[in-house]
Write a protein that binds this ligand. Structure first.
Ligand code: ACO
Length: 226
């Protein structure tokens, strides 16, 4: 497996990988019925493309596939963006004008939670390294690719001088992965408590995923364990 930085020139290929894997499989997308496997989702694609433009993202490429078929298959990605104070509030107000109701359900939960449990109020940082999307091709899972992508993201954050990383992990496996790389749980949102005015659960997320965790990792100058 080869690991490479993602540039804007890889955007179409990364989105194609996400359409076949992340868009339908991620626990909240699945609960909302956001999109079918392989289909596009303009709102989520715009969110992903924005992160790619920050040039902090990493992909896993099957080198064997490249040699055999002359093509280069992306089998995993971690999309990382730069988050500044005020960005989440802005994104939440922009959400009102988004025509995709399922997308709104997901990002309303994430943005409101992040504003209520605001890492910027707890850490004296001007920006954060935001791990936004972690996705591995379904036929390559269980081989440590997500682990390696997160490990490399921490290295990218450190190289670029970030002091704080954050991630909203929506399922128990991604939560385990982030914790194993030294991320600490800052806040949690049980899915059963995200309800509408009638007390109905808005996102019926399937077991074993029961809550979203907002995690952070502080990097200090001497911390070189990754
Ligand atoms: N069942 C049991 N354990 C699992 C599973 C699973 N389905 N998936 C991962 N794990 C565990 C592994 O055992 C491993 O533990 P270890 O380090 O103790 O051995 C650890 O998680 C890491 O496993 P990897 O092989 O590195 O994970 P993988 O490459 O399979 O990718 C991922 C995991 C990214 C969650 C993948 O299943 C996926 O793409 N899912 C759909 C999208 C998604 O849910 N992404 C995360 C959302 S949160 C976010 O994007 C910030």
């Amino acid at each position: 497996m080869e690991y490479k930085m993602i540039g804007p020139e890889h955007c179409d290929q990364v989105l194609e990988h996400l359409r076949r894997n992340f868009f339908a499989d991620e626990p909240l997308n699945k609960a909302a019925g956001l999109c079918q496997n392989g289909s596009s989702c303009p709102a989520l694609e715009a969110h992903c493309a924005e992160a790619i433009m920050d040039r902090m993202s990493v992909m896993a490429v099957d080198a064997r596939d490249a040699k055999e078929k002359g093509s280069c298959k992306i089998v995993g990605v971690v999309l990382n963006g730069i988050l500044k104070p005020g960005d989440t509030a802005k994104a939440l107000s922009k959400l009102d004008t988004n025509g995709d109701a399922d997308f709104r359900k997901i990002f309303d939960l994430l943005h409101r939670h992040n504003l209520q449990h605001n890492l910027f109020e707890h850490f004296d940082v001007e920006c954060m390294f935001d791990v936004r999307i972690l996705s591995v091709d379904s036929s390559y899972r269980g081989q440590g690719i997500a682990n390696e992508l997160v490990k490399r993201s921490v290295a990218v954050a450190r190289k670029n001088g970030f002091r704080l990383l954050k991630a909203d992990a929506t399922g128990i496996f991604s939560q385990k992965i982030f914790r194993s790389h030294g991320f600490v749980v800052f806040s949690e949102q049980p899915y059963s408590k995200y309800t509408d005015g009638d007390g109905q659960v808005i996102l019926p997320v399937e077991a074993p995923h029961i809550k979203m965790q907002q995690l952070y990792k502080a990097i200090c100058g001497t911390d070189q364990e990754e």
